[in-house]
Write a protein that binds this ligand. Structure first.
Ligand code: NAD
Length: 320
């Protein structure tokens, strides 16, 4: 029997898969404080983790832990150096975590381009005919607009198809992806981030948060963009500098933003973005669809089972 920790609740389908597997004895941990995780994690052979930070202190106490299965694909909350030292395998939900995030990016772009609920409000308030007299200046077509996708992995590759479906022009910045692959998918690789920023109407980020991508977009980069451009960050907080973003929006350096992820989650009540009307916010919810949450929980559970049965798909293992 392996002792498995389910760190933070996930969809019941995945939890039941784990609980019903013959070789697992599962325990659900919902107190995600550092103090509690320090106490609890070392007793497990494997964990499935949705939220919660697994740092050096915790990992240094883990002598039997063999595997961490992330419910998701980002792993900036886990100390990967220590994982390597301790020979602990890290798995991600490679198959199920890109469709909903790519759709969420489109949802955000469409909301911003089409005036966030403005027409709905007009109809509900009995002002149906008011719309015809509006001087429409803030609703746009996506047709022929240029989107710069930064990070052309699982999400970037799903997003490009949706953008092309709207007849947009797609620029891609990802130094680790060959231009031939991008061209095959009808995108254009830009040779530098700066080149892409200068041309883009829409910037969408889909990179991991790393030392290289932290503060990738600051005021300096925003100043290179068109004044009517918008920035969508549904990758990780910290890739776009929040203070700079707020300043750029307030000073008409860029036009609008869509933010799903924050430097600190949940954001503090004094985070100026919460009061800024030029940003559409969501609570780290790009995967929050019925299908995605069910499928991610099942994939997380199956990854743990496959790991202990020695048949884990290599695509799901993060090379440390
Ligand atoms: N908001 C959400 O709920 C949510 C959901 C899923 C994923 N995410 C985030 O989105 C990120 C991307 O997900 P994915 O599945 O597409 O990951 P992925 O690993 O498949 O792709 C990431 C891409 O980013 C590229 N990249 C790395 N560093 C770069 C840099 N400095 N400049 C440009 N490109 C760079 C990589 O080459 C890779 O192609 C995840 O790491 C995660 O943090 C957020």
């Amino acid at each position: 029997m392996y002792k498995i920790g389910i760190i933070d609740t996930m969809n019941l389908k995945g939890m039941n898969l784990l609980k019903n597997y013959k070789n697992f004895e599962c325990e659900l941990i919902t107190n995600l404080s550092h103090e509690n995780l320090l106490e609890e994690i070392p007793k497990f052979d494997g964990i499935a983790i949705r939220r919660g930070r697994i740092d050096k202190d915790i990992l240094s106490r883990c002598d039997k832990l063999k595997v961490i299965a992330r419910h998701g694909v980002g792993y900036d909350s886990i100390d990967t150096k220590m994982l390597k030292e301790k020979n602990i395998t890290l798995l991600v939900t490679h198959n199920t975590t890109s469709t909903s995030p790519a759709e969420h990016i489109m949802f955000t772009i469409l909301n911003i381009y089409k005036g966030i609920g403005m027409f709905d409000e007009i109809v509900r308030s009995g002002n149906f005919h008011k719309a015809i007299h509006l001087d429409i200046k803030e609703n746009f077509e996506l047709f022929a607009k240029k989107i710069l996708i930064v990070g052309f992995g699982r999400i970037g590759k799903k997003l490009i198809k949706k953008c092309l479906g709207f007849d947009m022009e797609v620029l891609v910045y990802d130094p680790y992806v060959e231009s031939s692959l991008i061209e095959q998918m009808n995108g254009k690789k830009v040779s530098s981030l700066v080149d892409g920023l200068k041309e883009a109407d829409i910037l969408s980020l889909s990179t991991p948060l790393t030392d290289e991508t932290r503060n990738l977009i600051t005021l300096k980069e925003m100043k290179m963009m068109k004044k009517n451009s918008i920035i969508i960050n549904s990758a990780r907080g910290g890739i776009v500098n929040e203070v700079d973003l707020n300043y750029a929006l307030d000073n008409n350096i860029i036009a609008f933003a869509g933010i799903d992820v924050f430097e600190k989650e949940p954001p503090g009540i004094n985070n100026p973005l919460l009061k800024n009307k030029k940003v559409l916010l969501s609570p780290h919810a790009a995967t929050f669809t019925k299908e995605c949450l069910e499928d991610m929980s099942l994939e997380t559970g199956q990854n743990l089972i496959d790991f202990f049965e020695n048949k884990i798909d290599k695509n799901k293992i993060i090379s440390l």
